[in-house]
Write a protein that binds this ligand. Sequence first.
Ligand SMILES: NC(=O)c1ccc[n+]([C@@H]2O[C@H](COP(=O)([O-])OP(=O)(O)OC[C@H]3O[C@@H](n4cnc5c(N)ncnc54)[C@H](OP(=O)(O)O)[C@@H]3O)[C@@H](O)[C@H]2O)c1
Length: 268
Amino acid sequence: MSFELVVVGGGNMGSALAEGLVRAQWCAPEDLAIVESSLEQRAELTTRLPGVSVLASLELEHVGPATGAVLCVKPNHAEAATRLLAIVGVRRVLSVVAGFPTVRIEAIFPEPTAVIRSMPNTPVLVGKGVSAIAGGSQVTKDDLDWAESILGAVGTVVRVTETNIDVVSGLSGAMPAYLYMVVEALIEAGVHQGLTRDVSRQLVIGTFEGSAALLAQSDKSPEELRSQVTSPGGVTAAGLRVLESRALRAAFLDAVAAAGERSRQLGR
Ligand SMILES: NC(=O)c1ccc[n+]([C@@H]2O[C@H](COP(=O)([O-])OP(=O)(O)OC[C@H]3O[C@@H](n4cnc5c(N)ncnc54)[C@H](OP(=O)(O)O)[C@@H]3O)[C@@H](O)[C@H]2O)c1
């Protein structure tokens, strides 16, 4: 029996994606397979994804002319997993593997194959990710639409050129970590000023969630929302003045540039 889509690697990314696809009714659960090498993880996936085929390996019979695959393994397993996709005759691949360029994937296939590379981020795990996609040399608009519909099941999708994938890695790929660091530092700041850790945590995480929701729902820009809470000579202005004097913006400019450069190095 052949599947419409095969997810290779059922870890954090692969399982979240499979779950999102079932939830969004992207296809019927029986048209979806997930290939996972770990026995323990397969048992968990079987419970978590009723109706989806959880396989130990991909066989020729699982792949028909229309079967697509999503590559969700760690970078050190990516080449071996891609070789298997080439052997069983998959002709359309979406990869979420960091630092694995489309030319390297295309070179593993004996025939021209549509390869789409993406850079998602961890909010994908709760269906609120942001992913960028970029097509390889054989990709049509249909292939990009296909990839967008898959990643769209776990968040929003933007299209970029592959040269910008490293920039995306350093920006939205790494951004959850930047923001968690800001949250961590603010909780600590509340504690330093005398709040209990629990109260500080509730205040900071609640404000973080609320501010993100306000930004998403409002038609105002971040600058407008910020100036709304910054009265002349007031409390927020006093705090922002310190952040400006410590060059917070410049620190983010440098952080995104350094992370993008590291992504470029790892891909070489
Ligand atoms: N997590 C993120 O924020 C994020 C963001 C952007 C991109 N990515 C990319 O997403 C990819 C997956 O990350 P992850 O966090 O989901 O990794 P993960 O949790 O380690 O999941 C990968 C799974 O694939 C299994 N596996 C390895 N080789 C396999 C094969 N040949 N066939 C089938 N299954 C195989 C692994 O089993 P074993 O444990 O037995 O090896 C593991 O369970 C990575 O390449 C990463 O660069 C992740």
